[in-house]
Design a binder for this molecule. Structure first.
Ligand code: DGJ
Length: 694
C-alpha cells in the first residue's frame, strides 16, 4: 500500500492490478482507479483529471467509495442513516488512516454527530482480489442512530461508451443461469429478499465494456460474502459513469445502532482481470482456495446420498442395502438424507425433533454408522437446523421461536416455518443438538439444508426486530464455526433446497455446495457453467442419478451422467438397488476413472472450451496433467461437433493420452483440435486425460 500525503491518495497493488482512492476537499473518500497497474505518480495524475460537474444539476464530481445522503449526491447511497433529531445527511471529517501489510483502514467521522465509519481494504497476498468492508460505530456518547442502509462497498469502472453485465439468475431446479445484458442507463437491482442467498440471483456480478470474451478483454467482477438477504444496485448515469454498491439486507430494513455499538458488514470482494471471463473465474477460484475455504488442499470424497433413491422412506435396512452397493462402486462417504428423525414420514411433520426415528432405526443410528465404516466409507447425515414443522414437538414447546408477526398469518412453505436463530435461546438449542449428534456418532459430514425463504420475519417483543435478518445469518455462521472448531474432522455441505445458498460467506465454513436439485445432466451443463464463473469445481457437489431423470423425465446414458457430474465433486444419488449388474459394473469403472482424474479437476485450473454450439467442454490443468470433459447433448444429422481446440497446452510440447497411449503435438491440440472418441447419437460425452511429456 502506498500513500501520497500531498494528494491524500492511497494506492493498493496486486500482482497485475492496482486500486487507488483519495480524499476529496470535503473529506469524503473518492474512487480514483481500478484496473491495470499504475504507479503512485500515475494514479495522482488520474485523480487530477476528475471531470467537472456537467451542470448545476450535477454538483458532485467523481464517485464516492461509500456514498452517503447529503450534499449534491443523487445516486444510490451506500450508507443511509437517521440521527435522533431527524437529520439524515452526513458530512465527513477525515479521522486518519492506518495500514499493515495487507490492510488499509480509512477512518471518517461525522462533523457534528457521533458517527464513525471505517472503510476497510485488504488485498490478500498474491491475489488481485480487493476485499472491502465497512464498520460503522456509534461512539459511547450519544443517542441511538438508525441505520437505513449500510453497504460493504461501492465500486466504479472507467468511463466507457457502454458496459455489459454478467450475472446469475434462475430458480429452484434452474440455478446459476448466466445472463449477459447491456447495462442500461438506470439503476439495476440484483437482490435476495428471502433471508438466504437465493436460487434466483447470486451475489456475483461481472462488468465489461461489451467486448470481453472467454479468454480476452477487461472484466471487473465482485462477489459478496453473505448468506442472507442482500442487495447490489448497479447505476449507469446518462454521463457514462458506471458504479455499483452492495451489501447485506434488502431495502426497507433498518436497525438501531445503540451508543457504544459497532456494525460490521460482510466482505464485498472485487477483482479486475485483463484476460476475459475465463481468467476472472480462474483468479476467483484461486482466491476461494487460498483465502476462503477451510480445507482447500483436501480432495473431496466420492459420496453417495440417499435422497433421490428413497425420498422420506429411510430406514436402517434400506440404507444398509444402498451402503453395500455404494461401497462396491468405490464410494468413500455415505450420506443419509432427510427422513431419519422424529415423525418425519413426509415433509409435513417432524422437522425440529432431531432424534432418530425409533421405528426406522430401532437401535438409533449407531448400527448404520458402524456398518458404513466397516464398509470403508465415512458417514454423513442430512440436517435442517433453521427450520421446524408446526407438527413437531419442538414447535409445540416453542411456538414463539419462529419468525412471526403479531396479528399475521405464519405462512408455511413445504409445511415448515423458519426458526429465528437470532434468538440466543434458539441458537443455543440448535448448536447443542448438532454438537451432541456429531459427537455421539462421530459424524464426518453434515449436509446443512434450508428449504424455504423467510416470511413474516418479525420478532414480537423485540425493540429492534429487523436485526434478525442479519442476526440469523450470523448465528448460522457461529454455529458452523463452533462445530468445526470442536470437531476438526467434520466437513459440511451447504444446501438450501438445491443451490439456494452458495456464496463466499458460506464457503468460509463449508467444504462444498449442493448446486441444484436438478440432476438432469443436460440441464446441469448450464447450471455448472454458471456456477463455475465464481466457484471452483472442488466445491460443486454433482450427483449421478437415475434415468429417466425424476425432474425432467429425460433418459440419458450412465456414461453421460457420470461425465457431466465429474466436472465437480462427484456423488451418486440414484437408487442403486434398481441398477442392473451391468450398470453397477460400468458405474464402478467410471468412479475409478474419476478418481484417476479428480486431482486435476478438483485442484487444477479450468478453461471453459466452447465448441460449435453442439459441444461444450472444460479443460483442467494441474502441473503436467490435463483432463478434458466434453459433452454433446444432441446433434443434427450430418453435423459433427467442430474440433475442440485446447486452451492450456504449449505448442512446442507433446502430450500423451493416459488411457490410449496416443501422443499429440501441442500445436495440433491448439490449432487443429483434440480427437474425441464420441459415441454416435445424442448424449455423447468423453473424458480425456493427457500428460505433458516434454
Ligand atoms: C432439498 C435438498 O436439495 C435435497 O437434496 C434433499 O436434501 C431435500 N431437501 C430433503 O428434504
Amino acid at each position: 500500500m502506498l500513500f501520497d500525503p500531498a494528494h491524500r491518495l492511497w494506492l493498493l497493488r496486486g500482482p497485475t492490478t492496482s486500486y487507488a482512492v483519495r480524499l476529496a476537499e470535503d473529506d469524503s473518500v473518492r474512487h480514483v482507479h481500478w484496473g491495470a497497474p499504475l504507479t503512485l505518480a500515475q494514479a495522482t495524475q488520474v485523480a487530477e483529471r476528475a471531470a467537472p460537474a456537467a451542470s448545476s444539476f450535477e454538483a458532485v464530481a467523481g464517485v464516492d467509495e461509500l456514498a452517503v445522503e447529503g450534499g449534491a449526491r443523487f445516486g444510490p447511497p451506500s450508507l443511509l442513516v437517521r440521527f435522533a433529531d431527524g437529520t439524515r445527511a452526513v458530512e465527513w471529517r477525515y479521522a486518519g488512516h492506518d495500514a499493515d501489510g495487507e490492510q488499509l483502514r480509512i477512518h471518517l467521522r461525522d462533523r457534528h454527530y457521533p458517527l464513525r465509519v471505517t472503510l476497510h481494504y485488504r488485498m490478500p497476498a498474491g491475489t488481485d482480489v480487493i476485499e472491502r468492508w465497512t464498520t460503522v460505530e456509534n461512539p459511547d456518547d450519544g443517542a441511538a442512530i438508525t441505520i437505513l442502509r449500510c453497504d460493504s462497498a461501492a465500486w466504479a469502472v472507467p468511463h466507457r461508451p457502454a458496459y455489459r453485465m454478467s450475472h446469475l439468475t434462475g430458480g429452484w431446479n434452474s440455478e446459476f443461469q448466466l445472463r449477459r445484458t447491456e447495462v442500461p442507463v438506470a439503476e439495476t437491482v440484483l437482490t435476495s429478499r428471502r433471508g438466504i442467498t437465493s436460487h434466483h440471483a447470486n451475489p456475483w456480478l461481472a462488468v465489461d465494456d461489451g467486448t470481453a470474451g472467454e479468454e480476452h478483454g477487461e472484466v471487473w467482477s465482485t462477489a459478496l460474502a453473505w448468506s442472507g438477504s442482500w442487495r447490489i444496485t448497479l447505476h449507469r448515469d446518462p454521463f457514462g459513469r458506471t458504479t455499483w454498491t452492495g451489501g447485506f439486507g434488502h431495502e426497507g430494513l433498518s436497525w438501531s445502532l445503540a451508543p457504544g455499538e459497532t456494525l460490521q458488514t460482510p466482505v464485498f470482494a472485487g477483482l479486475y482481470t485483463a484476460g476475459g471471463f475465463g481468467s476472472a473465474s480462474r483468479a476467483w477460484h484461486g482466491y476461494v482456495r487460498g483465502h476462503v475455504l477451510p480445507h482447500p488442499g483436501e480432495t473431496r470424497p466420492v459420496l453417495y446420498n440417499s435422497w433421490e433413491a428413497t425420498g422420506f422412506n429411510v430406514d436402517e435396512a434400506g440404507q444398509l442395502a444402498l451402503a453395500a452397493r455404494a461401497a462396491a462402486l468405490g464410494v468413500e462417504l455415505f450420506v443419509t438424507d432427510d427422513g431419519w428423525f422424529g415423525d418425519r414420514n413426509s415433509e409435513r411433520a417432524g422437522l425440529g425433533d432431531w432424534v432418530p426415528n425409533r421405528v426406522r432405526f430401532p437401535a438409533g443410528l449407531g448400527p448404520l454408522a458402524a456398518q458404513v465404516r466397516r464398509l470403508g466409507m465415512r458417514f454423513g447425515l442430512w440436517v435442517e437446523p433453521e427450520m421446524v414443522n408446526p407438527d413437531s414437538d419442538l414447535y409445540r414447546a416453542h411456538p414463539d421461536w419462529v419468525l412471526h408477526m403479531a396479528n399475521r398469518d405464519r405462512t408455511e412453505m413445504r409445511h415448515q416455518l423458519v426458526l429465528n436463530l437470532a434468538r440466543p435461546d434458539a441458537a443455543e438449542w440448535a448448536h447443542a443438538w448438532l454438537d451432541r449428534l456429531v459427537r455421539e456418532h462421530q459424524i464426518d459430514f453434515l449436509k446443512w439444508d434450508a428449504n424455504r425463504p423467510f416470511t413474516e420475519a418479525g420478532w414480537p417483543g423485540h425493540a429492534d426486530p429487523d436485526r434478525l435478518w442479519i442476526g440469523h445469518t450470523r448465528a448460522v455462521y457461529r454455529i458452523m464455526d463452533r462445530l468445526r472448531a470442536d470437531h476438526p474432522g467434520l466437513r459440511i455441505e451447504a444446501c438450501a433446497g438445491g443451490g439456494g445458498r452458495a456464496d463466499l460467506g458460506i464457503l468460509a465454513r463449508t467444504d462444498q455446495v449442493w448446486a441444484s436439485d436438478n440432476t438432469d445432466p443436460v440441464d446441469r451443463i448450464g447450471i455448472q457453467h454458471g456456477f463455475s464463473q465464481l466457484y471452483p469445481a472442488q466445491v460443486m457437489g454433482a450427483w449421478v442419478t437415475d434415468s429417466p431423470n425424476p425432474a425432467t423425465a429425460r433418459r440419458t446414458p450412465l456414461r453421460f451422467r457420470f461425465h457431466v457430474a465429474m466436472a465437480g465433486a462427484l456423488g451418486i444419488g440414484g437408487d442403486l438397488t434398481a441398477w442392473t449388474a451391468d450398470e453397477l459394473k460400468e458405474a464402478a469403472e467410471l468412479v475409478a476413472a474419476y478418481k484417476e482424474a479428480r486431482t486435476v479437476i478438483q485442484h487444477g485450473t479450468p478453461f471453459r472450451l466452447r465448441g460449435d454450439g453442439t459441444l461444450t467442454a472444460v479443460e483442467y490443468r494441474h502441473e503436467n496433467e490435463h483432463v478434458v470433459l466434453a459433452w454433446c447433448p444432441s446433434r443434427r444429422f450430418g453435423h459433427q461437433p467442430a474440433p475442440l481446440h485446447l486452451a492450456a497446452v504449449q505448442a512446442d510440447a507433446v502430450y500423451r493420452n493416459r488411457d490410449t497411449g496416443a501422443t499429440h503435438p501441442g500445436a495440433l491440440l491448439l490449432y487443429s483440435g483434440l480427437p474425441l472418441d464420441l459415441p454416435p447419437g445424442d448424449h455423447a460425452s468423453a473424458l480425456v486425460r493427457l500428460q505433458r511429456l516434454s
